[in-house]
Design a protein around this ligand. Structure first.
Ligand code: AMP
Ligand code: MG
Length: 352
């Protein structure tokens, strides 16, 4: 970190003066947490190996997990890839700026550390005025994973970044809660095919409308579609269990049952009362997937702060943003929850 600013770390309003100062930090090889429309990112100059190494260290991220590089224009993206096929141009036209990350063969501008040694680089143009201004003023592409400790819940507010990483950052730019609330869709643009490596803020259906055939890589923990696609990720400290079904069953908690402690319910739609759960978080009273995605990580964080024995999540339909929500819930979960005679039974997934 660039020592001089490290002492003054903390959340600051992302006004023009602070964006300028933050851009200076990036130029000097420091780290800046900044807002995007998906989640808050932890940024470093993508062309500065030392800065990127510090980023991996601060985040506790394994070096085999490649970073997404953020740019402020389509031309800048094309300047990082070895080539830029027609289909890639069409996707950029349709979805940029926005939560779509495109993976293509790289040229020599981006160091191997950023891409975990891969010959491809993942690039996106965020749809957020602060992020775009920061990139422009820094004058370099910005490598940025989510601004949280590796494996944990992604931050959708500056305060969430501060909880996780405060003492280790130069600047945290605050521009309020992230609008989309879930990470970008990652798409590999291979010779003749598009492969969704990670579902995210742009629904696969929308990409199909533009591109025709799109394959969705299956999440097989033993064989990740891409490096860094780990089976367990996005996880709160409190164990999370996935319920079968879209709505909550009514449960009885108590010493006679399988569980004794306080239980949280993370519900996709309205809660059927009395639920029996100690505390509930509703993602969308209308059962709207876009709203649910925007609220997901904050709701998990709130439940996580309650000191519960466990939290139980209902599922969402797996279309639109539901595909991304279910991807995150599965990766955050420790196992499944069943209800037997009104009692919750929590079953841990066996680790491969
Ligand atoms: P995030 O954790 O949100 O920073 O997302 C980064 C993810 O994008 C990584 O964990 C990878 O799974 C994926 N990714 C980044 N770069 C590449 C790449 N060159 N090839 C394939 N996947 C990539
Ligand atoms: Mg992340």
């Amino acid at each position: 970190m660039s020592g001089d600013v490290a002492q003054t770390s903390g959340v600051v309003l992302a006004d023009a003066a602070m964006i300028k100062e933050a851009a200076g930090v990036i130029k000097r090889g420091g780290l800046v947490a900044f807002p995007t429309e998906t989640v808050y990112g932890l940024g470093a100059d993508a062309t500065n190996t030392h800065a990127v190494a510090t980023l991996f260290q601060v985040k506790g991220r394994p070096k085999f997990d490649p970073l997404i590089v953020h740019v402020a224009s389509k031309e800048e993206a094309c300047g990082l890839w070895a080539h830029c096929p027609d289909m890639t141009h069409r996707l950029m036209e349709a979805f940029w700026p926005g939560p779509l990350t495109l993976v293509l063969p790289k040229n020599e501008r981006i160091p191997d550390l950023v891409t975990a040694g891969l010959s491809t680089v993942a690039v996106r143009m965020p749809d957020h005025p602060v992020a775009l201004e920061l990139i422009r003023q820094a004058g370099c592409p910005i490598a940025a994973p989510s601004a949280n400790r590796f494996g944990g819940v992604s931050p959708t507010t500056a305060q969430a970044v501060e909880e996780d990483l405060r003492t280790r950052l130069d600047v945290i730019l605050d521009a309020g809660p992230a609008r989309i609330g879930i990470e970008s869709t990652v798409v590999a643009c291979e010779r003749d095919t598009l492969v969704v490596l990670r579902p995210g803020g742009i629904p696969v259906e929308a990409i199909r409308e533009v591109a025709g055939t799109v394959t969705v890589a299956h999440t097989n923990p033993a064989q990740p579609a891409a490096p860094g696609m780990l089976a367990r990720h996005y996880a709160p400290r409190t164990p999370l269990y996935l319920l079968d079904g879209l709505t909550n069953p009514r449960v009885r908690l108590g010493p006679v049952g399988m569980t004794t402690g306080r239980m949280g319910l993370l519900s996709f739609g309205p809660v059927i009362e009395p639920s029996g759960f100690t505390i509930t978080e509703v993602l969308s009273h209308q059962g709207d997937l876009v709203e649910a995605a925007a609220r997901l990580f904050q709701a998990i964080r709130r439940l996580d702060a309650e000191g519960l024995e466990a939290m139980v999540a209902t599922q969402t339909p797996e279309h639109g943003l539901g595909l991304a929500i279910m991807d995150r819930l599965r990766k955050a979960s420790q196992g499944i929850a069943l209800v037997a005679e009104g009692r919750l039974v929590l079953i841990d997934r066996s680790t491969p």
